[in-house]
Design a protein around this ligand. Structure first.
Ligand code: WT7
Length: 646
């Protein structure tokens, strides 16, 4: 095996080396208030904070406040404060879906002007401080302008990934009572256009008539026009290029982002302004060892938290040049990522294991024909990376010279909680390894809730104390926030993940311990897919579980019981797939649907998911105790007709 310890040359120029990490980490845990008080100064405050931390994890009175008496504007931190020195530096390199279309280099000055135009247009639509604005956009510069415009005026954005269905969009618009939804005519992706405007029209049929839709022109395709539509491009052309940043409290919400939980409908994760920005900026700098002048590329979509923290807020707060990519890794062919790296001389590249696995399967020539000599650091995020994919990423993409940072975090955490640090960590393929500064992980026994000390142990992963980037509440439902994260294990933040701490004290994430699955790095609640299936007229009952999938990490396996009188057929299977796509979006489409005459239930009627997971994994030899089943014979039928056979 190659030497995975940091190279001395790399460590010499890195922000932090092994010794520095150990020292800084120890200091951050010994005196969090002093540590974070100092880090808080990395951003500009209008009124400096005097209080650093005010946190209580006690159930019934959970509160999380950082820098609470300080005021700032997040957009001014991401734009204005750089203008004196970086007005002509590229802030965003926009790479379009088609490689034959021209890329755009947007300077900090242009970013300023366009953000102000957007803010003026929104203000004309009546948006003011505290209002919610939903974004349903392609990966175009206007998405960044809109985020920053909201931040500039104190409005709260909530981005809905453009792959979500009209129903999912409507429930999020209604959930946060948005005043405006910003959309585009169409979203080109992988050579195909998604009809965003017509999806928005459909969504708005179930929303209040006062909701305006602001439409950005992307393709110029023909779209229907209604009374509530506003033509962004026409207004932006006339709009003023200045807009005074609004003074915001550190704890004023910056954005809401809906994410899946183990039960019920997606919850609106709320992130606030000061602490979030400090944490996004700091992690971006250290995790990727970002240096002034580097070109940094995160391939995520702004519809996910990764796009918020590591395409827009973290990099721009650091005055970075950040690449924003509209397309997909395999269009026009499997060389696209590497061609974009070559074209823009990318120094730090950050993507998901699912993309790495898909590209690995296409062969090395797609990588090898590109000049990747500018690459310095590679990153992954979203799910555990299997060592085979890690080694390919390391050897073929990084040529053995680029440290790989396997970043473990969540929508809720705002930024990286565990990651190797380039220049400091001796890497282990497949492990997120060590906590970021100020993060104190603990491993608990799942049943007793007791902390398991020492190394070479496994259990559920919790975090002992708060960090500035932590979510503050669930939009409109603080009780759900407390219940989800602070009630199972008292006094800790519960992550929902399991983990192992190895003999060296390094952490390995073993996956979710709740009913959340991770499909291509996208988070999905099994309950959401179940309720979509059950909403179909022919479906009586359904249970959804994850199963191992070579490319996606986990696939969606649905057991479906039909209404009496309905017959299973391939046509009905297709119909259900299309149904789920239209209810939630393409990412929720079941990979496998098994017709289940009955589901294994306890006598009290609880579905025994453990058994369903085993059958979906094609691992039914060890089903464990089935004695509590009301009707053990249903299991035989399910095994016999299982869909995933190795
Ligand atoms: C869940 C959070 C954070 C941005 C992307 C996903 C899993 C995330 C890793 C990693 C192993 C990981 C966890 C986590 N996860 N990164 N490096 N190694 N697992 O955000 O949609 O909120 O999902 O993704 O299970 O709980 P998310």
């Amino acid at each position: 095996m190659s030497d995975l310890s940091p190279s001395p040359e790399f460590a010499k120029n890195a922000h932090i080396d092994a010794e520095g990490y150990a020292k800084t980490y120890a200091a951050s845990i010994a005196d969090p208030a002093a540590f974070w008080g100092n880090e808080g100064k990395r951003i500009d405050w209008i009124k400096p904070f005097t209080e650093v931390k005010d946190v209580d994890y006690t159930l019934g009175q959970v509160k999380i406040n950082w820098y609470a008496d300080g005021t700032l504007n997040v957009a001014a931190n991401c734009i204005d404060r750089h203008l004196a020195t970086r007005a002509n530096q590229t802030a965003i390199i926009w790479e379009p879906d088609s490689p034959t279309d021209e890329a755009k280099h947007i300077t900090y000055q242009e970013l300023h002007d366009n953000t102000c135009r957007m803010a003026n247009v929104l203000a004309d639509l009546g948006v003011t401080k505290g209002d919610r604005v939903v974004l349903y956009l392609p990966m175009i510069p206007e998405a960044a302008y809109a985020m920053l415009a909201c931040a500039r005026m104190g409005a709260i954005h909530s981005i809905v990934f453009a792959g979500f269905s009209p129903d999912a969009l409507a429930s999020r618009i209604n959930g946060c009572e948005a005043k405006v939804v910003i959309t585009a005519d169409e979203a080109p992706r992988g050579g195909r256009n998604t009809a965003l405007k017509s999806n928005t029209d459909k969504a708005l049929e179930s929303c209040d008539a006062s909701v305006k839709s602001l439409v950005v022109k992307r393709t110029g395709g023909d779209v229907a026009w209604t009374d509530r539509d506003v033509d962004y491009n026409a207004l932006a052309a006339k709009a003023d290029t200045t807009f005074a940043p609004v003074e915001m409290g550190a704890e004023d919400p910056l954005f809401i982002l809906y994410t899946s939980g183990s039960t019920g409908q997606p919850k609106g994760v709320v992130h606030t302004s000061g602490g979030y920005l400090v944490y996004a900026a700091m992690t971006h700098q250290y995790t990727f060892d970002y240096h002034d002048g580097d070109v940094y590329w995160c391939t995520a979509d702004v519809g996910w938290v990764t796009g918020h923290s590591y395409i827009v807020y973290g990099p721009l707060a650091n005055g970075a040049t950040t690449v924003m990519f509209e397309g997909v890794p395999t269009y026009p062919d499997a060389s696209r990522f590497w061609q974009v790296c070559e074209k823009h001389s990318v120094n730090q590249f950050y993507t998901a294991p699912t993309a790495i696995r898909a590209l690995m399967g296409q062969g090395n020539e797609f990588v090898e024909k590109c000049d990747l000599s500018a690459l310095k650091v590679l990153g992954t995020v979203g799910e555990p990376i299997n060592p085979e994919a890690w080694n390919w990423y390391n050897d073929v993409v990084g040529k053995g010279t680029c440290p790989i940072v396997d970043t473990w975090w969540q929508t809720e955490t705002g930024g990286h909680l565990m990651t190797p640090m380039p220049g400091a960590t001796t890497l282990k393929p497949g492990s997120a390894q060590q906590p970021f500064f100020g993060i104190e992980p603990a491993v608990l026994d799942a049943t007793s809730g007791e902390e398991i000390h020492g190394n070479d142990v496994e259990g559920v992963l919790v975090i002992k104390d708060s960090w500035p980037g932590q979510m503050r509440t669930v939009w409109g439902d603080h009780e759900r926030f407390e219940k989800t994260y602070f009630s199972d294990y008292k006094g800790y933040y519960f992550t929902g993940d399991g983990c192992r701490r190895d003999a060296d004290g390094d952490y390995w994430i073993t996956g979710r311990v709740d009913d959340v699955i991770n499909v291509s790095g996208h988070r999905m609640g099994t309950a959401e897919v179940e309720s979509a299936l059950v909403a179909h007229a022919k479906v009586a009952e359904s249970a959804v579980v994850g199963y191992p999938h070579d490319i996606k990490g986990q696939g969606i396996y649905a057991y479906v019981t039909l209404m009496t009188g309905e017959e299973p057929s391939d046509a009905l299977r297709k119909e259900l797939e299309t149904w789920v796509r239209s209810e939630i979006g393409p990412i929720a489409k079941p990979d496998l649907i098994q017709w289940a005459p009955g589901l294994p239930k306890t006598r009290s009627g609880k579905i025994m998911r453990r058994i369903l997971r085993k059958i979906a994994e094609d691992d039914f030899a060890t089903l464990g105790d089935t004695s509590t089943l009301a009707d053990p014979s249903v299991v035989d039928d399910l095994i016999e007709n299982r869909m995933n056979r190795k």
